[in-house]
Design a protein around this ligand. Sequence first.
Ligand code: HEM
Ligand code: HEM
Length: 181
Amino acid sequence: MRLRNGDGRYGALAQFFHWATVALVVALLAIAAYMTGLPLSPEKIQVYNLHKSLGVLVLALTLLRLVWRWLSPPPALPAGMSAWERRAARTSHLLLYLLLFAQPLTGIVHSWSANFPVVIFGWLTLPNLIGPDQWLKEILEETHHLMGWALCGLFLVHAAAALRHHFQLKDDVLRRMLPWG
Ligand code: HEM
Ligand code: HEM
């Protein structure tokens, strides 16, 4: 399979970015649902650190992914799609990208404002650029919570649209994002 996008297909690198992000976001949502209910303990701190590390990884992957998207533009949407379907696809992809940036960033700044360190996989601590700030902490906690579940909802709509293309419209949209498609 080719590395670059082309011939009406996503290439290997774009597919890697897409499916690695899906796996990470699913893990992050599951960890988030589990960790917030834990009693304060060393285990809770470890699980929070894992959530933070995987979240920063999503941010890094999304940055690289957008650079790659610029170097190797995605294939055009199938010709048969109506104007509203094209608009819906473009808008939902844009929203997904926005959330893939905003969610980790609010998580990082929330941790800083709560004066908790962001330690990435136990070896790199991000320097706290803002220091404790109770007002910001409360706003970002709520924002991160709401956007996290909005991302979950959009993910389900987006996945349902991909499955509709495959099973109902019987076009190439899902296949061109699959390595064996
Ligand atoms: C795409 C990446 C991320 C996703 C999808 C995500 C998702 C979530 C969700 C859904 C919650 C809310 C749990 C709940 O209250 O029901 C949460 C909580 C939290 N997240 Fe993230 N997160 C991401 C990245 C990050 C990053 C990068 C950090 C910090 C470096 C972070 C730090 C936190 C913290 C500290 C909480 C707990 C807040 C509290 O105690 O109420 N998250 N995350
Ligand atoms: C956290 C979950 C997900 C996120 C954040 C996500 C994000 C994205 C984004 C941003 C794009 C646009 C790629 C581009 O052209 O730049 C995309 C495309 C795509 N996604 Fe997802 N996705 C997720 C889950 C899924 C799932 C579960 C499926 C399959 C059931 C899926 C199928 C597709 C397909 C087929 C495309 C290509 C659409 C086209 O050809 O225009 N995605 N996804």
